[in-house]
Design a protein around this ligand. Structure first.
Ligand code: ADP
Ligand code: ADP
Length: 234
């Protein structure tokens, strides 16, 4: 079955005396190895969907299943395990500014219990994957936006997640840097079979790398399916 199944998810917030539907009966299946784009304008419900996926938020109704497991039925321990399986990257990179590149990448490894030496070795491998092997000792403030995102990708991949959730990951980057980051993500998807979810407000990002897309409009799913079916010219 799908690695992620979102079934009839509704999320409401109460605002003043009215009810705001951030998500309305959204259903979608994401299969292993997909590069799945979730696109919509500001306020469409993308962040709410992300928070339901990584269980920062519980849907008002409906179910979210990851790896065949209903998130609402998991124990704390299982939840932690599932969370580690979904790595994230963000618009503003979220690197630790007081630590150099290699220490940023070692951080999730040592938290997961890996020894210092082994973590360093793994971090060096990861730096090679993202093409920054010469930046190990550099601090994030000395890197360009694209390089910072490469470090964030290396850190995200550290514990071998099955799913990489990219939340507006190229929104702070210029078009050329965006292209190079998308190419890296595509490469990682092809090499390691990691399922990639791309949250974006930019159609060009979806067209550049996504195999599938879901279009959110005002909390509802306007369309979903293969990119070639949805965007092909008649
Ligand atoms: P997007 O990420 O696509 O911009 P969001 O998921 O952030 O959309 O927001 C969807 C709608 O839900 C918006 O109208 C937003 O104002 C509202 N919303 C999001 N989070 C909350 C919250 N915690 N409380 C109240 N309303 C919220
Ligand atoms: P992003 O830009 O990443 O989508 P937002 O600025 O929309 O993030 O939301 C940041 C935080 O504010 C989230 O925790 C969200 O739940 C909350 N939030 C968003 N919209 C509203 C709203 N209309 N009322 C209350 N909280 C909101």
């Amino acid at each position: 079955g799908p690695i992620i199944r979102i079934q009839d998810v509704t999320k409401t917030y109460s605002a003043d005396k009215s009810t705001l539907h951030a998500l309305k009966n959204v259903s979608l299946d994401i299969n292993k190895g997909d590069i799945y784009g979730i696109i919509g304008m500001s306020g469409a419900g993308k962040s709410t969907l992300v928070r339901c996926l990584n269980f920062l938020e519980t849907p008002t109704s409906g179910t979210v299943t990851v790896g065949g497991k209903d998130l609402s039925k998991l124990s704390e321990k299982e939840l932690r395990k599932t969370r580690m399986n979904i790595a994230m990257i963000f618009q503003h990179f979220n690197l630790l500014m007081q630590r150099n590149v290699i220490d940023n990448i070692c951080f999730p490894l040592t938290i997961a219990g890996m020894g210092k030496k082994e973590a360093r070795k793994r971090a060096e491998e990861l730096l090679q994957i993202v093409g920054l092997e010469d930046k190990a000792k550099v601090y994030p403030s000395q890197l360009s936006g694209g390089q910072k995102q490469r470090v964030a990708i290396a850190r995200a991949l550290a514990n071998n997640p099955e799913i990489l959730l990219c939340d507006e990951a190229t929104s702070a980057l210029d078009p050329q840097t965006t292209k190079s980051i998308l190419a890296l993500l595509k490469d990682i998807n092809a090499k390691y079979g990691i399922t990639i979810i791309i949250i974006t407000h930019e159609m060009s990002v979806v067209q550049e790398i996504c195999s599938h897309v879901a279009i959110l409009d005002n909390g509802s799913l306007a369309e979903s399916g293969r990119v070639i079916d949805i965007f092909s010219s008649p």
